[in-house]
Design a protein around this ligand. Structure first.
Ligand code: MTE
Ligand code: MOS
Length: 783
């Protein structure tokens, strides 16, 4: 594994330096404060939420009297007791703080208790009486499709005449793929602490990616003005999209109980409740019919996606849109239709998760390209390459955005060489010919991911910078830190702008009273947006300081250079701290805000046409696996990643994002399986039954390289967003597993493998393939 330098002492040229995460040391020593580590205020109460144990039912009786009189209880809160509104749906109504007479999934919140200890709160909550009248529940995508049960109307993105093109094509194929969901499994679970303030206001510490949204929703449920509520978050212990909307109900419950009791209230969900109560990545099905030529070039495609959204819309509209907008991945689709069903089910409302629907759309097209290759008996890499976007005439996405910064062909060539793909493919064939039960597979898959929120209005950010008279700098912006290294990147930008070391920049908590009306830190755009806003703020101060320096040193303001902790004109210079003191004496403001909005974006959601993305982030991966065809067990032997971070703001951080994103994606497609029983109860609600990748699952041979290419768009220092795209590099692991299964039939048939490719599924796919070949199951053959 390539190791980045861990030197945080750089004074100059902060941007592009591989600095360690600002909290790296504190993360491992335990000094970094997460919400639950904050000193607890006097009189703090602890909250517990009682969850429903029905998937779909009318609540015929909810009697909380016994809970209210239970030891240590200060307050009980139900849907009837809210001072403001109960609905906290982020885009459309549908998500309630407490179920109001109707339960729509197993694990929905019914009511909450605040007591002097968590144990007292929990004991009290289970003393309440809940009675239900069961209603029929729709649990799966198939059931929802059969009943026409949708949270939002079906969307169709069409270009050309796909059915005619398919009919005309010399070859045709159809298929189906099921793609599982994913639990976020952030290490720090959902948590909030609400502290009442003088005059009826509320301070809410919330582990959230969306402080402004939590602020507005807390104000809404309390019946307060937004200005009366302040939301603060210093850092999250991981979020991955799971704290974009899912933090709000937790914060609202804490705030409601704090308001009711006049005391601070903390709500921290335990792991099982967190997994049962909060939304996850959407599981999808993809059905397709494709027409292609003898070279494997796609001529026409009809793709039907369906996802399990759960009981409410939450962010499902945008997530399914993004799935549609990534169903091309790197491939030119001339005549195409992409249909997207947003299924309503009596399960938890699924939500944002790293990639935001993009990964599912990409899985669909990668399965299609792979199937074409198998049908033609060719190496899938060859077919992928033939379908890549190309020059004019082959450079328009189905939504008619021009792909004009497409680095994939060169990037894939380079990775093919550096990973020795062709040599290893031949070596694998020799291995497989000698090895009856162990089979090896390899796959190279590309990623093209659109950067920007598809909801254009969200692409904006603000920042606030102060310089103190001793030359130290206070930095605040609307972005939140969840471990991804946003704070250090933005601090580097500000330090660079003012020509000082990053150690002069004080990183502070995100809070809605410093920078207002911010977008959630999501869509990988945190550093693009907040980096630009912070640079603008720092630049404003620099211009004022330059005028002071010019007055003091002689020369023109435009000639003043800020570098090395000094402002200089020619050979004369003044220390940055002295300059700050001087400016203050001259009565010059040392504080500024900055604002940024991403240019060039427009998207017509009705017609599915426009430029929803500012640019694309690209990468490619080669994975090699070995499967045991007797047990389905497997090992990822080697992985080579090449990822485009543009001109990276911080290669050490980006390296961590690429490695971490890949491993998280690998978990999604291999071991992480969500399972609900027939009553709609989540069975996999703890690490005992839900398997995220462990250290031992990281590939033994893991070679990660960043491609340093300037972003064609003038982003902050020409960098590219990196948060989500690397997750999709893990699609190569899935296809390497499929390739190993295909080796059982000497690559003559397409394996039928759904995601996640658990050992069980790999084994079933081997046996199904052998059955198609007319061979006895290997297990029997071995007996
Ligand atoms: N990295 C860590 N360590 N923890 C996280 O929670 N979230 C991911 C990604 N990388 C996440 C992470 C997701 S879903 C997104 S959208 C981006 O970080 C958000 O941060 P950014 O916009 O600053 O990249
Ligand atoms: Mo990330 S799924 O956009 O929070």
């Amino acid at each position: 594994m390539r190791r980045a330098k861990r030197d945080a002492s750089l004074v100059e040229g902060a941007v592009h330096a591989p600095l360690a995460h600002d909290s790296a040391v504190r993360h491992v020593t335990g000094e970094a404060l997460y919400l639950d580590d904050l000193p607890e205020p006097r009189d703090l109460l602890y909250a517990f939420v009682r969850l429903s144990d029905r998937a779909h039912a009318r609540v015929t009786r909810l009697d909380v009297t016994a809970a209210a009189s239970s030891p240590g209880v200060a307050a009980v809160m139900t849907a009837r007791d809210l001072p403001g509104e109960n609905d906290i749906g982020p885009v459309l109504p549908g998500d309630k703080v407490f179920a109001d007479g109707l339960v729509e999934y197993w694990g929905q919140s019914l009511f909450a208790v605040a007591a002097d200890s968590i144990d007292h709160a929990r004991e009290a909550a289970f003393r309440a009486t809940v009675e239900y009248e069961d209603l029929p529940a729709i649990l799966t995508i198939e059931q929802a499709l059969a009943h026409g049960s949708f949270v939002l109307p079906t969307q169709v993105l069409r270009r050309g005449a796909p059915s005619k093109a398919i009919a005309r094509a010399s070859r045709r194929l159809s298929g189906r793929l099921a793609i599982g969901g994913q639990e976020h499994f952030y290490l720090e679970g959902q948590v909030a602490m609400a502290v009442p303030r003088e005059g009826g206001g509320m301070l809410v510490h919330s582990s959230t990616q969306a402080p402004s949204e939590v602020q507005h929703l807390v104000a809404k449920v309390l019946g307060l003005a937004a200005s009366a509520v302040t939301v603060e978050v210093r850092r999250m212990g991981g979020a991955f999209g799971g704290k974009e909307t899912q933090a709000a109900p937790v914060a609202c419950v804490a705030a409601l109980l704090a308001r009711r009791t006049g005391r601070p209230v903390k709500l921290r969900l335990d792991r099982d409740d967190d997994m049962i109560f909060t939304g996850k990545r959407h599981d999808f099905t993809a059905e397709w019919e494709v027409g292609f030529d003898d070279e494997g070039r796609i001529r026409g495609l009809e793709l039907v996606l369906a996802s399990r959204c759960g009981f409410s819309p939450d962010l499902s509209g945008a997530i399914n849109d993004r799935a549609m907008l990534h169903a091309d991945n790197c491939y030119y689709l001339e005549d195409v239709s992409i249909t997207s069903h947003r299924c309503k089910t009596n399960t938890v409302s699924n939500t944002a998760f790293r990639g935001f629907g993009g990964p599912q759309g990409m899985m669909a097209i990668e399965a299609i390209v792979d199937a074409i290759a198998r049908e033609l008996g060719q190496d899938p890499l060859q077919i992928r390459r033939r379908n890549f976007y190309g020059r004019a005439g082959r450079d328009l996405t189905p939504y008619e955005m021009r792909v004009d910064d497409f680095v994939i062909p060169e990037l894939v060539d380079e990775l093919e060489r550096s990973s020795q793909y062709q040599e290893r493919r031949r070596e694998l064939a020799r291995f497989n010919a000698r090895s009856p039960w162990q089979k090896r597979g390899i796959a190279l898959t590309p990623v093209k991911f659109g950067i920007s929120f598809t909801a254009t209005q969200m692409n904006q950010a603000g920042a606030l910078v102060h310089v103190y008279t001793d030359g130290s700098i206070h930095l605040n912006h609307g972005g939140t830190e969840m471990g991804q290294g946003l704070f250090i990147k933005v601090a580097q930008v500000v330090a660079d702008e003012l020509g000082v070391g990053v150690d002069r920049v004080q990183i502070t908590a995100t809070t809605t009273d410093q920078v207002p009306n911010t977008s959630p830190t999501a869509a990988s755009s945190g550093s693009d947006l907040n980096g630009m806003a912070a640079r603008t703020a720092a630049r404003t101060i620099r211009k004022r300081l330059a005028a002071c320096a010019a007055a003091a040193l002689g020369g023109k303001a435009e000639e003043v250079v800020f570098a090395g902790g000094k402002a200089s004109v020619g050979r004369r210079s003044i220390d940055f701290a002295d300059l700050a003191t001087l400016a203050h004496r001259e009565r010059v403001s040392l504080s500024a805000t900055g604002f940024y909005r991403t240019p060039r974006l427009h998207f017509d959601r009705e017609r599915h046409r426009g430029r929803p993305f500012y640019y694309f982030a690209c990468g490619a991966a080669v994975s090699e696996v070995q499967i045991d065809t007797l047990t389905g067990e497997y090992k990822v032997r080697r992985v080579d990643l090449l990822h485009d971070c543009g001109s990276s703001l911080n290669p050490a951080i980006d390296m961590g994002q690429v490695e971490g994103g890949f491993v998280q994606g690998m978990g999604w497609l291999t071991t992480e399986e969500l399972w609900w029983d027939e009553a709609g109860r989540l069975g996999t609600h703890a690490p005992s039954t839900y398997k995220i990748p462990a250290c031992g699952d990281v590939p033994d041979d893991f070679r990660v390289t960043l491609l340093h290419a300037r972003n064609r768009q003038p982003t902050i220092h020409r960098s590219k967003a990196v948060g989500e795209p690397p997750l999709m590099l893990a699609i190569s692991v899935f296809h390497a597993l499929a390739d190993a299964v295909a080796a059982v039939g000497e690559h003559r048939l397409t394996p039928r493998l759904d995601a996640p490719a658990t050992p069980e599924r790999v084994l079933l796919a081997v046996e199904e393939l052998r059955a198609r070949l007319g061979q006895p199951a290997l297990r029997e053959a071995a007996e």
